[in-house]
Design a protein around this ligand. Sequence first.
Ligand SMILES: *[C@@H]1O[C@H](CO)[C@@H](O)[C@H](O)[C@H]1NC(C)=O
Ligand SMILES: *[C@@H]1O[C@H](CO)[C@@H](O)[C@H](O)[C@H]1NC(C)=O
Length: 523
Amino acid sequence: MSALIILFLRDDDPVVSAIRRGDVKAVRDLAASAPHSLMRENKDGWTPLHNAAYCGEPDCMKTLLNGLVDKRTLQEQTALLFAVSCEHLSCARCLLEAGADPDISSKNKETPLYKACELENVDMVSLVLSYGATVNQRCGQGWTALHEAVSKNNTEICEMLLRAGATINPPNIYSITPLTVAAQRGQLKVLCYLIGKATNCGLLPLHIAAQNGHHDVISLNHKCICVYLLSILCHFHPHTVYRIVSLLVPVTSRARLRHSWISPLHLAAEHNRHTVAAVLLKTGADVNATLSHSHSIQYADRRTTALFFAVASGGTKTAEVLLKAGASLSLDPVDPLLMAVRQGSVSTVSLLMENGADINANIPSYPTTFPGVIALCMNNIPLLKCLLDNGCNPLACFTCAYGSALHPPSPRVTQFCEWLSTSAVCNWAGPIIDLLLEHVGHVQLCARLTELLDSQDEWLAVKRKSMSPRPLLHLCRLRIRTQLGRNRLKSLTSLPLPDRLIRYLSLTTAAHTHTVVRGQVQF
Ligand SMILES: *[C@@H]1O[C@H](CO)[C@@H](O)[C@H](O)[C@H]1NC(C)=O
Ligand SMILES: *[C@@H]1O[C@H](CO)[C@@H](O)[C@H](O)[C@H]1NC(C)=O
């Protein structure tokens, strides 16, 4: 435009010069003496009317409105488009009153309405609409005025356009709807507004997901925008997410959800969004929904439930929400508790056990003669203690098929001594055996465990502990604990017993602090 303005300012046409000066009288005189001069175009096809619209001279303009109100320049621009583009409201009104067509678009496919939206000029939008501009007209790349208003994050203009009949779902040539523009740019206010107005979210244009790096979405044919939004919403404040999801749920098609490979609840769990999970559950999501077989086999552990997703991504809070809603602990091939132990999360492990998880669950791919959870918690002493306090029975760790004899190599089922000899944990054999001894009476260490304890001088005390008779105090404690049973042990502190007795019963050994080696067993 600036190149053009220089061109026309140099124009030595007397009418144009008079317009530029805002000299209404001179324009009138010229109109009377040389009417043909009012039609003269410059080399870009600009008439004096275009100049008046461009300069914002409504009074000069009145003299020039002589039936050529919709005359276009070589770029197909009308005087109205200039008046709108330069935000001269009274010129635009003057042209519209004189019958200017508001729907003529330029070579760039811009209409006056589109331009007014781009400039976020509310008065101009209102004026152009009041003269009947076609609200859903396609502009460049199939973009509508609503696309533009949404991209400008202007709710007020969106409202005006919708009142004038704008459709929420007109896709552009790349099938991007205004809704996806808002979602893509994270414009929540507009997004919420549009969602509130929309009756149908429409399908997710897959390439948008690609642009935003949501590659998991791309492989899918049936995807609802709800699911898509959930995945991008992970960056927003929980309160905002709550609001959006509450709006999304009623406008999401259930049929589409059934056809999508993963439910919003699974996604919320995977991304550890407990607020989202809570809304979805409140609005009727099935807490026990499972992934289809064809998709669960894409995970080595063949996970199927939202609960497993939550546990696998370390979402204790999300797991809690799901369990409160009645999530089943037995639908996944691998017990969720095993996953929580492998993740090393004491809080998730405690949560699952409070909800009745099976502490004796086996690792399907790694059969052991001792509790699988012990193998998975590696050298994580606080976690091991949590498991033992909650009723994990360590006796099997000390029953070895070979005893003091030579241990033959590679058995099919792994024994405790064999597991503890592996390079990943053998450096913590002492503290692990020490803790286990606190939970058993008299036991006989096999040749291999003895060998392990002999490998480091500071473990001599542990070996001595295992060989000497256990104190009566310790044996009594074990006996009382057995009598109390697992459920009462869980709530030991709330039992009507003196503090000293509770301390005696609760086996408080000093927690060892060291770097924890994560579970290496693959499911
Ligand atoms: C959109 O506008 C709202 C106010 O209407 C503002 O709070 C928000 O930050 C804007 N969003 C973006 C992405 O500019
Ligand atoms: C989920 O499954 C569990 C265990 O099978 C069942 O007790 C619970 O009622 C189910 N929850 C819902 C909401 O269907």
